[in-house]
Write a protein that binds this ligand. Structure first.
Ligand SMILES: Nc1nc2c(ncn2[C@@H]2O[C@H](COP(=O)(O)OP(=O)(O)O)[C@@H](O)[C@H]2O)c(=O)[nH]1
Ligand SMILES: [Mg+2]
Length: 242
C-alpha cells in the first residue's frame, strides 16, 4: 500500500519539524507539505526533514489541500492522511488512523479529539461548542454520527476523488464529512489526543478566524444538504479543482 501525508502549513517553522519527526517512517511513503505563502522557514525545515514541498501562493487551508491532492496524480497513493502542521495532533498516532482502511473496515477515518484526550487549553471552548453544533447538524440533516470535525484524518484515495472536494478555506473538513455522509460512505472515528499548538493560532485563536470558520462550516453543511445535484453541478463547474 502506498500511503501519503498532506500537511497544509502557514508559518509553522517551529512545530513542523516535530510533526514530521513523529510520522511513522515504516508506514508512510511520502509526505507533502504545502507551504501556503509562509514568511518564515516552513519550506526549508520541511525540506530538511525529507518532505516534498509544494508552494501554493493562493491563500486558504482548503486551497492548500487541493494543491496537495492535485500533485498525487503522478504517483497515485492508496491512502491519504491529512494532518495540521502545528503539532496539536500527534503524527505517531497515524497507524491507528489508517488501520481501519488497511483492514478493509472503512474508507474514511476521522481522528476524534472528543473521543480522545485533550490537553487543557488545546481546544478552545468556542471551538468545542462549534464542533458540537456542526456534528449535531450533520446528525440531524444527514442522519450520520460524527463526534468531531478534526483535521487529522485518513481516507482512501479513490474515496477522496469521489468526494470531488471544492472548499478553498475553512469549510474543508465539514465538506468532506457532509459529502461522505450524503453518499453513505463507510466512515468511522478513532480517538486521537490533542495538544496545545506550538506558535500562534490563525483560526480559532482569532475572532476573525472563528467567525469566518464558524459561518463557513455551518453554510457548508446546509449547502450540501439542500442544494439540488443540478444546482451543485452548475455552481461547482465554475470552481474547478485548483
Ligand atoms: N494553507 C493554509 N494553512 C493554514 C491557513 N491558516 C492556517 N493554516 C494551517 O492550518 C492549520 C490549522 O490552523 P491553526 O492556526 O492551528 O488553527 P486552530 O487549530 O484553529 O488554532 C495549521 O497547520 C496552519 O498552519 C491558511 O490560510 N492556509
Ligand atoms: Mg491548530
Amino acid at each position: 500500500m502506498r500511503i501519503v501525508v498532506i500537511i497544509p502549513a502557514l508559518d509553522e517553522e517551529k512545530s513542523l519539524p516535530k510533526v514530521l519527526a513523529e510520522i511513522p517512517a515504516d508506514l508512510i511513503n511520502e509526505v507533502f507539505v504545502i507551504d501556503n505563502g509562509s514568511q518564515d522557514r516552513t519550506a526549508e525545515v520541511a525540506r530538511e526533514a525529507g518532505a516534498t514541498v509544494l508552494h501554493e501562493p493562493r491563500a486558504g487551508y482548503g486551497q492548500a489541500c487541493l494543491t496537495g491532492i492535485a500533485a498525487l496524480t503522478q504517483n497515485p497513493p492508496d491512502i491519504v492522511v491529512f494532518i495540521d502542521g502545528d503539532y496539536s495532533d500527534r503524527a505517531a498516532e497515524m497507524r491507528e488512523l489508517v488501520m481501519p482502511i488497511i483492514d478493509g473496515q472503512a474508507d474514511f477515518v476521522i481522528g476524534s479529539r472528543v473521543l480522545g484526550s485533550r490537553e487543557p487549553g488545546a481546544l478552545a471552548p468556542h471551538a468545542r461548542w462549534g464542533n458540537w453544533l456542526a456534528t449535531w447538524m450533520i446528525r440531524v440533516l444527514y442522519d450520520y454520527h460524527f463526534t468531531d470535525l478534526g483535521p487529522f484524518r485518513a481516507i482512501r484515495y479513490e474515496t477522496l476523488l469521489a468526494l470531488e472536494m471544492r472548499d478553498r478555506d475553512y469549510g474543508w473538513t465539514a465538506e468532506m464529512q457532509a459529502k461522505a455522509a450524503r453518499a453513505g460512505m463507510r466512515a468511522t472515528e478513532v480517538p486521537v489526543s490533542y495538544h496545545r499548538r506550538i506558535g500562534t493560532s490563525k483560526i480559532t485563536g482569532t475572532v476573525k478566524g472563528t467567525v469566518l470558520a464558524g459561518w463557513k462550516i455551518i453554510s457548508t453543511i446546509l449547502r450540501y444538504r439542500f442544494t439540488s445535484p443540478v444546482e451543485r453541478a452548475r455552481t461547482e463547474s465554475k470552481a474547478p479543482l485548483g
